[in-house]
Design a protein around this ligand. Structure first.
Ligand code: ATP
Ligand code: ATP
Ligand code: MG
Ligand code: MG
Ligand code: MG
Ligand code: MG
Ligand code: MG
Length: 278
């Protein structure tokens, strides 16, 4: 439609480039998954199949978008982190968000039958919303990730206790809610242990910690590795040659994408994998 009388309408588009040199986090979240979970009979409080399906979709998104550094998932949400140097789609927010959301949703539907072989999907089909937020410092980004993981922990401890009271304690939802009102973490641990013989520490790591997805392209031997020295090396302003940068990019694109259920609040996670934030 070059030079047509209609072309002026293009002027109505608003620029939406995200702030340069900031870490871009795109968080997606399942729409109405409380209802969706009950429609498909998700086990409460945690349906392992549903979480593994989320993880499979997140891995697929990461393999299609090599600019993503790390992702973190819990419940019906996933956060994808783009490196601060990312220039994909000229950093246009709507392009980035809509591409992540539609790629994730497409894979969620594609992988559904292998995780729920006996329960075919039927309309209304699963959908996700998404938003982009920019974090200017590594500390802000790590705090963002910690915020999501702490949320996972708090919700999981609550939900584990809530559902134990219902499933094993014979309470209804109102009674369980009343029993938990005003309780601290220690109280919930105590209810789980004394009433149901559940040691919360022994609950599956995926439920307690959520899922961390990243490219494992520079495995470091934890025994001999000196993290501080490595970070210093990377911080030094040495100009990387073009071939070196290209090789690095290729290596990253080929690296296996792993899903782990570990603490990202602990600095150790980042110290051991300096390439994630370099
Ligand atoms: P909204 O559209 O506002 O996001 P929502 O119903 O999806 O509404 P959320 O706060 O996102 O609300 O909560 C997600 C819901 O999905 C919770 O009720 C949670 O228990 C359920 N859910 C998600 N994943 C699982 C899972 N793996 N197992 C059991 N329940 C799950
Ligand atoms: P971008 O990711 O930037 O959108 P693109 O390759 O999708 O890149 P578009 O400008 O969106 O570029 O163009 C869509 C392309 O898909 C065109 O090449 C168009 O010919 C092709 N295409 C779309 N629908 C059809 C169709 N129904 N039949 C044949 N070709 C189609
Ligand atoms: Mg087009
Ligand atoms: Mg929501
Ligand atoms: Mg939701
Ligand atoms: Mg949610
Ligand atoms: Mg197109």
């Amino acid at each position: 439609m070059a030079n047509s009388q209609y072309e002026y309408v293009k002027q109505f588009e608003q620029p939406d480039r995200l702030l340069p040199n900031t870490w871009i986090v795109i968080r997606i979240d399942g729409r109405g998954f409380t209802k969706f979970a009950s429609k498909y009979g998700f086990e409460k409080p945690n349906d392992r199949r549903a979480l593994e399906l989320m993880n499979a979709a997140a891995r697929a998104v990461m393999s299609e978008l090599p600019d993503i550094t790390i992702a973190y998932g819990v419940s019906d949400e996933y956060s994808f982190v783009f490196h601060k140097s990312c220039s994909l789609f000229d950093r246009r927010s709507s392009k980035l968000v809509s591409t992540i959301v539609s790629t994730f949703t497409a894979y969620y539907v594609h992988f559904w039958p292998s995780h729920f072989p006996n329960t075919p999907l039927s309309p209304p089909l699963p959908s996700f919303d998404g938003r982009a937020v920019c974090y200017p410092t590594v500390q802000n980004l790590q705090d963002y990730m910690s915020w999501r993981q702490v949320d996972c922990h708090i919700n999981n401890l609550y939900n584990t206790t809530f559902w134990a009271l219902i499933q094993q304690g014979g309470m209804d939802a109102t009674e369980a809610e009343k029993k938990l009102k005003g309780t601290l973490a220690a109280d919930k641990n105590e209810i789980l242990f004394s009433q149901f013989g559940i040691n919360y520490n022994n609950e599956p790591e995926m439920y307690k910690k959520g899922s961390v997805v990243f490219r494992d392209y520079e495995p470091v031997d934890p025994g001999t590795h000196n993290a501080t020295a490595e970070v210093d090396n990377m911080a030094r302003p040495v100009q990387q040659s073009k071939t070196q940068a290209e090789n690095d990019k290729k290596k990253r694109a080929k690296a296996p994408i792993v899903v782990e259920h570990i603490s990202i609040i602990n600095r150790d996670f980042w110290d051991r994998r300096p390439w994630l934030l370099s």
